[in-house]
Design a protein around this ligand. Structure first.
Ligand code: 26Q
Length: 808
């Protein structure tokens, strides 16, 4: 990089100029900062080349409220091929690169699946040289930090930005104004109808670009544009001087609060004003940027916009990009309605990520009218035209209008706006795509059958296999060469090695090394450890009733019952690890966390039980802890009630790292099990159509429980004083939800209904693990068949079917 100075010199110079310390006195944190500083020099050429190369090509704007990036240092060094050089320089300075890597704050700008998917997609578009700009929000606080106190989840703020973020580039030159509130009226000026907007509050949106370095020796970077809000005209001095202190301070506060924090709810929406403002802020800033950039490149014909840009809406959260682009075209560039609409219809596509009723986004009309009056008017007009059109096609049919209208009663239905305006609606697994067509959007599917498609999610095999599990990567490359790195479906070449006993032993040895690493990590962080020879059984994902951590917990109570009654012959020792954050306002989810921790206390206190089962709750699950947990896992628990998990992506990460899955026929589990076959995947439970059927029949969970003494005994543990120091009532709500139900519906997620099938399948898991050859063989087959789930494949499909971008 630099002819005159060695890498070590450059890191030391950065230490001096930033912190005025010599290497001998520097903290690891300072060394991280200085190291990152020198890597920036390497990143810039990639970034500059991308910005240049994007010109003249069709670009994709990938709009998402969340990008759950995880740490950058290791990933960037590996992708640029600079790891060894840096390792050596740091070694010479007396630092271990692995320690320095752990000094980086883990940016948690996402809740879970949807946000991590966006980050995997950026890695893949960068590796495939596609011109993509991710547009998101630079939240000052990402997802809360979870602390477990006395078994309860407590939330602490995540302060990832407090020492600055070394990978970003502030682009003052690209700032735009975003307007909220005020009044909108129409006026004829010089024979032309103009829309006037007055009395609004403004904030300034400033983008910070984060270059995303891909693999495959790519010479370009993906660009993540994170918008931050600042007061309009950086502290309103004129107002201040006029003596209106309060008003000028209000502007300052309005701006600083906008990007303060990520909403910590996944798969749930509760109509908060600030969230609506965040969504509009992202959409308005990004769409203004899109148009400004088009014009600044010397283009003047906005009819050509669809040839220059495509916009992907990641779940409904950035839906407002559609009416915002309409606004810009009509109010700022004089387009007539029909022209603006036909431009927009060519540009937008949408992926749905959830079918849970409570997550389908709606906003109160009144709130929208107040916060974004012009946008509300545009949505109303879209709705009126659409309803008229549908009415003309189905005269007299009110029921269809009631279902598909965008505005219904006092609510604006964001998914309906997307389904109408976007040229493509995508689902994230085969089953989910079918449910979208047959169920959620069945009316739209009748009107526009060609709109619907399904592209199964994926994960980046670079972060999740190559870098998170270097020992396994090495072993794979030793066996089949390294072509799998650029073409992950070549992992299939590993299949014959499943029958090779010496390879199997090496594969098992790698898993053991990873378990040791996990054990050390848990010891350091939480002061707990486990038996390396036990089966590591993991359920790691957000805590939600539909994901059924409770089914896992009840099964552990059942195993405990077996042990204390002496029925433990042939039971293989297991370590059950749970990792899960609950939304702070989701009381039932938080109570389930407490339950898991109390089960851990119960089991670990019993000398007989603790030799056979151990329960660990891994605190503050994050991308960086997943990178240690997943490679060490033997069994992956994917227990969602069939029909509820759109895809799941954790399931793919575990599989790729050689874990076997116990799971329902839900989301991408179905595709995983189709690939590995029934011998190497443990299926249990009702299928999606059976769940639906049982629910319509009126399912009596109480009878299921009382007719099954094994299940009854496990459920009774909840309230018989075994848990929480003899507390009889703490978990009674969990029990009553299961068997009596709240609001009439007991056990909405069919935990009791699937218990027996789960228990019997767990017996098969036990038997399989006892035979280490058989287990090793299955583990290898799981890794071998995981190439399909690389997000490189997902992105290729998006590009072929939806975006049609040319490579840079
Ligand atoms: C909406 C409005 C207001 C506040 C919050 C939200 C909100 C935020 C996040 C709603 C939903 C989410 C996140 C959803 C999510 O992560 N879905 C998951 O997406 C994955 C990627 O496609 C799938 O694999 C998972 O199955 C799905 O649950």
């Amino acid at each position: 990089m630099d002819k005159f100075f060695s890498l070590k010199d450059r890191i030391e110079m950065a230490l001096k100029s930033e912190y005025a310390v010599s290497p001998g006195k520097a903290t690891k944190q300072q060394v991280f900062d200085a190291t990152a500083h020198t890597i920036r020099d390497h990143l810039m050429p990639y970034y500059m080349k991308s910005v240049d190369d994007h010109h003249g090509k069709k670009n994709l704007f990938y709009m998402c409220m969340e990008f759950l990036l995880g740490r950058t240092l290791n990933n960037a060094l590996m992708n640029m091929g600079l790891f060894d050089e840096y390792k050596e320089a740091l070694d010479e300075m007396g630092f271990d690169i692995d320690d320095i890597i752990c000094e980086e704050p883990d940016p948690g700008l996402g809740n879970g699946g949807l946000g991590r998917l966006a980050a995997c997609f950026l890695d893949s578009v960068a590796s495939l040289d596609l011109p993509v700009v991710g547009c998101g929000i630079r939240y000052q606080n990402g997802l809360f930090k979870q602390v477990i106190e006395d078994g309860y989840q407590k939330e602490a703020p995540d302060t990832w930005l407090s020492r600055g973020f070394p990978w970003e580039i502030k682009r003052e030159d690209r700032k735009v104004e975003v307007r909220f509130g005020g009044f909108v009226y129409e006026e004829w000026i010089d024979g032309k109808l103009s829309v006037m907007h007055t009395g609004y509050d403004s904030v300034t949106a400033i983008p910070y670009d984060v270059p995303i370095i891909g693999g495959n020796n790519s010479s370009t970077a993906g660009i993540l544009k994170l918008w931050s809000a600042e007061p309009y005209e950086n502290f309103d001095l004129a107002t201040f001087n006029k003596g209106e202190y309060r008003k000028s301070l209000k502007n300052e506060n309005n701006a600083s609060i906008l990007c303060r924090v990520l909403y910590p709810a996944d798969n749930h929406t509760n109509g908060q004003e600030l969230r609506l403002k965040q969504q509009y802020f992202l959409c308005s800033a990004s769409m203004q940027y899109l148009v400004n950039r088009f014009l600044s490149l010397g283009n003047d014909d906005l009819y050509k916009l669809p040839a220059y840009a495509a916009v992907h809406i990641n779940d409904t959260h950035p839906t407002l990009a559609i009416p915002e682009l309409m606004r810009i075209l009509m109010d700022e560039h004089d387009f007539a309605w029909n022209e603006a609409w036909s431009i927009c219809k060519k540009m937008f596509s949408y992926t749905n990520h959830t079918i849970l009723g409570e997550a389908l986004e709606t906003w109160p009309k009144k709130l929208m009218q107040e916060i974004i009056p012009r946008i509300f008017k545009i949505i109303s007009e879209i709705n009126e035209r659409f309803c008229t059109d549908v009415w003309n096609k189905n005269p007299g049919d009110w029921s269809v209008i009631n279902r598909i209208s965008i505005i219904h009663e006092d609510k604006v239905r964001m998914a309906n706006l997307c389904a109408l305006a976007c040229h493509t609606v995508n689902g994230v697994s085969q089953l989910h795509s079918k449910i979208l067509k047959d169920d959620v959007f069945s009316d739209f599917n009748k009107l526009y059958p060609n709109k619907f498609t399904g592209i199964t999610n994926g994960i980046t095999h670079r972060r999740w296999l190559q870098y998170a599990n270097p020992a396994l990567s090495e072993l794979i490359t030793e066996a089949i060469g390294d072509s799998w790195i650029s073409d992950p479906e070549r992992l299939e070449d590993l299949k014959p090695f499943a029958d090779d006993s010496s390879f199997r032993e090496k594969f098992i040895a790698v898993k053991r090394t990873n378990k040791e690493k996990l054990n050390k990590y848990l010891q350091n962080k939480q002061g707990v450890s486990f038996d390396i020879d036990s089966m590591v059984d993991v359920q790691a994902k957000r805590l939600h009733e539909y994901k059924r951590q409770l089914l896992n917990a009840l099964h552990i109570l059942h195993l405990y019952n077996r042990i204390v009654t002496g029925d433990y012959k042939n039971m293989v020792p297991r370590t059950f690890i749970f990792a899960a954050k609950a939304a702070p306002g989701y009381d039932m989810a938080k109570l389930i966390i407490k339950l898991i921790n109390e089960i851990s206390v119960l089991v670990n206190a019993n000398p007989l039980a603790r030799d056979l089962i151990k329960v660990i709750f891994l605190e503050n699950y994050s991308v960086s802890s997943a990178e240690i947990l997943i490679p060490a896992t033997d069994l992956s628990e994917q227990l969602s009630t069939a029909g509820f998990e759109a895809s799941g992506t954790g399931n793919m990460k575990f599989m790729m790292n050689g874990a076997l899955t116990i799971g329902t026929m839900d989301g991408a589990n179905i595709e995983i099990s189709n690939r590995v076959g029934t011998d190497d995947f443990f299926v249990f439970g009702l299928k999606a159509d059976e769940v639906k059927e049982r629910k319509t029949q009126g399912y009596a969970s109480y009878n299921i429980c009382t007719q099954n003494p094994i299940l009854m005994a496990a459920v009774n543990r909840l309230t018989d004083g075994s848990l929480a120091n003899g507390n009889l009532s703490l978990f009674s709500e969990i029990k009553s939800n299961l068997i009596l139900g709240s609001h009439g519906a007991a056990d909405s997620y069919m935990v009791l209904c699937d218990f027996n099938s789960y228990r019997l399948t767990q017996l098969k898991v036990n038997e399989a693990y006892a035979d280490s050859h058989r287990w090793g063989k299955s583990a290898i087959i799981n890794t071998a068949m995981s190439g399909f789930f690389s997000s490189d494949r997902t992105i290729r499909e998006y590009n072929e079917r939806i975006w049609n971008l040319d490579r840079l």
